[in-house]
Design a protein around this ligand. Structure first.
Ligand code: PMP
Length: 295
């Protein structure tokens, strides 16, 4: 925290921490996996830290460390916690000081925490999850700036996530202001029909690093992949659908709005993506070696 390694229980902040009040806190979610060789590696660490700096730049926040320093710090925190598999959460935020909406003189603080984290969408997620189109609309890219992964943007995600789970679904699917499919509360979204994979363009969605990894895996496998807007009924009649995210990894989707998608179970392209993605994370597929930051 702020440049030093401190015990978990001492990682404290003041109640007047500016970002706690106004949501300007760019953060990342990263996973570290134990590879087949027995060595642990952080998945796409450089890309996550780059996105953290991109988020801060969008928010006009200057992080008082370099990207190289935070890359090293993430690896140091994983090592210090003796974790061979974990989730890593770097976060930058305005500390206590002035209390107006615009923080002109507040210090920018940076913390990195790690903890073990299993299946995000439940232990049965690999059989396929059930989604409900949310009553909450994903924000317009001129209001909340979805390229920035900042704490405030997660109010929209949390509202949608609570609603879906309260109504008995595993996750929400949010539409954008034009009614096209955007993403889940914490996952990007893909559909497959007649062998062609579609995913929404980078408008009202986070530029997911898993999304990008999956697009590369599909391209390498010769599967056509297009970024294009589509409405919810394209999902109803899809052969397959899946979601991607650091926490959710690649999760098959078996239903949207109580309509079965395809056979109602993970389809062949989804299964192939999952297999290659896991081979990449565990260092089994050398084509993706550059995605691994060994610790
Ligand atoms: N969309 C949202 C809203 C998210 O919170 C996440 C998780 N970071 C994603 C998509 C997936 O992004 P990534 O693959 O980089 O984790």
């Amino acid at each position: 925290m702020d440049g030093g390694l401190i015990p978990f229980d001492e990682a404290k902040i003041h109640v007047l921490t500016h970002s706690l009040h106004y949501g300007m806190a760019p953060f990342e979610g990263i996973r570290c996996y134990k590879g087949d060789s027995g060595r642990s590696a952080i998945f796409r660490l450089k890309d996550h830290i780059r996105r953290l700096f991109d988020s801060a730049h969008i928010l006009e926040m200057t992080i008082p460390f370099s990207q190289e320093e935070l890359i090293k710090a993430c690896a140091d925190v994983v090592r210090a916690n003796h974790l061979d598999e974990c989730y890593i959460r770097p976060i930058a935020f305005y500390g206590a000081g002035e209390m107006g909406v615009v923080a002109r003189s507040n210090p920018v603080q940076v913390a990195i925490a790690t903890w073990p984290w299993g299946a995000y969408l439940g232990d049965d997620a690999l059989k396929g999850v059930r989604l409900k189109t949310s009553s909450f609309v994903r924000f317009h890219h001129n209001s909340m700036l979805p390229m920035a992964k900042t704490s405030a943007n997660y109010v929209n995600s949390a509202l949608a996530g609570y609603e879906a789970r309260r109504n008995g679904y595993d996750e929400a699917l949010l539409l954008d202001v034009n009614g096209y499919v955007a993403e889940g509360s914490g996952e990007n979204f893909f559909v497959v029909r007649d062998g062609v994979v579609r995913t929404p363009p980078l408008m009202s969605i986070l530029a997911g690093i898993t999304r990008e990894s999956v697009m590369r895996i599909l391209a390498d496998a010769g599967v056509p992949i297009v970024e294009q807007p589509f409405p919810r009924d394209v999902v109803y009649i899809a052969d397959e659908a899946f979601m991607t995210g650091t926490a959710a990894e690649v999760t098959p989707v078996r239903e949207l709005d109580d309509r079965k998608i395809g056979e109602g179970k993970p389809g062949p392209i989804t299964r192939r993506v999952i297999e290659t993605f896991h081979a990449a994370l565990r260092g089994r597929d050398i084509r993706y070696k550059e995605w691994l930051h060994f610790i």
